[in-house]
Design a protein around this ligand. Structure first.
Ligand SMILES: [Zn+2]
Length: 70
C-alpha cells in the first residue's frame, strides 16, 4: 500500500492553455465548444448571468462568433 487516506488524483495529461473566447485569458480549465475554448470562470458566470443582464448580451455576442457560419 503506497498511500492511504487521502484520495490521489490521477496525473492529468499535460494540457496546453487555450485562450478563452470570452475573457481572452490563456487557461487550462474550461470547456471547448465547437473548437472554441471557454474557461470555467466565464462558463459559470454565463450560467449565473440573468438574461436581462447587460453582460448576457456580451456573452451571446462572443458565442455568436463560434456558431456563426463563415
Ligand atoms: Zn474566460
Amino acid at each position: 500500500m503506497a498511500s492511504q487516506g487521502q484520495p490521489v488524483c490521477p496525473p492529468a495529461a499535460p494540457v496546453r492553455p487555450a485562450n478563452c473566447i470570452v475573457c481572452g485569458e490563456a487557461r487550462t480549465d474550461g470547456i471547448t465548444v465547437c473548437g472554441a475554448f471557454i474557461c470555467t470562470a466565464c462558463e459559470r458566470e454565463m450560467v449565473m448571468t440573468d438574461v436581462s443582464d447587460a453582460r448576457y448580451a456580451f456573452f451571446v455576442e462572443r458565442l455568436r462568433q463560434i456558431w456563426a457560419p463563415r
